[in-house]
Design a protein around this ligand. Structure first.
Ligand code: 13P
Length: 291
């Protein structure tokens, strides 16, 4: 399948009431596991990398691995740069072959967020089919270099959402609605469903202009995930869950095979754990068979 940008993929999801899993990976084993699972479930999928692992592994290497895996996958696969606060680095990764980038201007004031997001969007659109995600409001918790205290988190103002989408030129829109990055500190986090529904109506009521993105997937109860999908969440971001799967499986394998020195077997155990978690998410998102 030729590589694709996220917008077309997600307009389809928003129109047909399902969500595409967007999984943060920190190495090639996870990337391969996510794509392999998408192929088995016949679903579109987004592989995404935060800035630190992108710099560590080098974007050129990640793009090459992505292209090799995505081109032979019979399902659409995107490569997304997640939560990048550096407009130059967004442009750099887009030029190298990321199909989608998120400029995270959520800590900037509204006008500055619009201005810089617009610059990134204009540049990416000039490259061809590279699409851009923007965020309004702030998602609490820690996602790589972006840290937001609970007290500092600010929900997206629905009244400004359409203005943000139109003026910034984003293809995908991530409104802060009370979800958080990392592990939830409370059993029942307060998710503002009404706000999400209102934003969906304002932004995508007539035609889908900018599919809505849900951040902070890890730890949400299945009924919460299903409700957000039904309300229009077209891309569901999951990161911490896969990190736990990878690290726990690696730890368990090593502790139960303390005298074995075969990295390939550790990789197989880690890969299997990631596949299991990705399968659970795909069950919830309703994306099976949509490719
Ligand atoms: P979690 O780490 O809570 O799954 O959040 C992922 C995310 O939103 C990445 O942008």
């Amino acid at each position: 399948m030729p590589v694709v940008s996220a917008k077309k993929m997600l307009v389809d999801a928003a129109t047909h009431g399902y969500s595409v899993g967007a999984f943060n990976v920190t190495n090639i084993i996870q990337m391969e596991a996510v794509i392999e699972t998408a192929v088995a479930r016949r679903t579109p999928v987004i592989v995404q990398t935060s800035v630190t692992p992108t710099k560590f592994l080098h974007p050129e290497v990640l793009v090459a691995a992505y292209r090799a895996l995505a081109q032979k996958a019979p399902v659409p696969v995107c490569l997304h740069l997640d939560h990048c606060t550096d407009a130059d680095y967004c442009r750099h990764c887009a030029s190298l072959g990321y199909t989608n980038v998120m400029f995270d201007g959520s800590k900037l004031d509204f006008e500055e967020n619009v201005r810089v997001t617009r610059e990134v969007a204009d540049f990416c659109h000039g490259l061809g089919d590279v699409t851009v995600e923007g965020e309004l409001g702030t998602v609490s918790g820690v996602e790589d270099q972006v840290r937001v205290a609970e007290t500092e988190a600010e929900l997206c103002d629905p009244a400004r959402s359409l203005e943000f989408v139109q003026r910034s030129g984003v293809d995908l829109f991530a409104p802060a609605i009370g979800t958080a990055h990392g592990v939830y500190t409370t059993e029942n986090p307060k998710i503002d469903f009404d706000r999400f529904e209102k934003i969906q109506r304002i932004v995508n009521g007539q035609t889908v202009k900018a599919p809505l993105i849900v951040h902070g997937g890890t730890g949400l109860k299945p009924e919460v995930v299903r409700r957000l999908v039904a309300l229009g969440g077209a891309k569901f971001n999951v990161s911490t869950d896969l990190k736990y799967a990878l690290i726990d499986a690696t730890y368990d394998y090593i502790t139960s095979h303390r005298n074995e020195y075969n990295p390939g077997k550790i990789d197989i155990a880690a890969r299997q754990a990631v596949i299991e978690r990705v399968n659970c998410w795909m069950d919830l998102l309703g994306c099976e068979g949509k490719a």
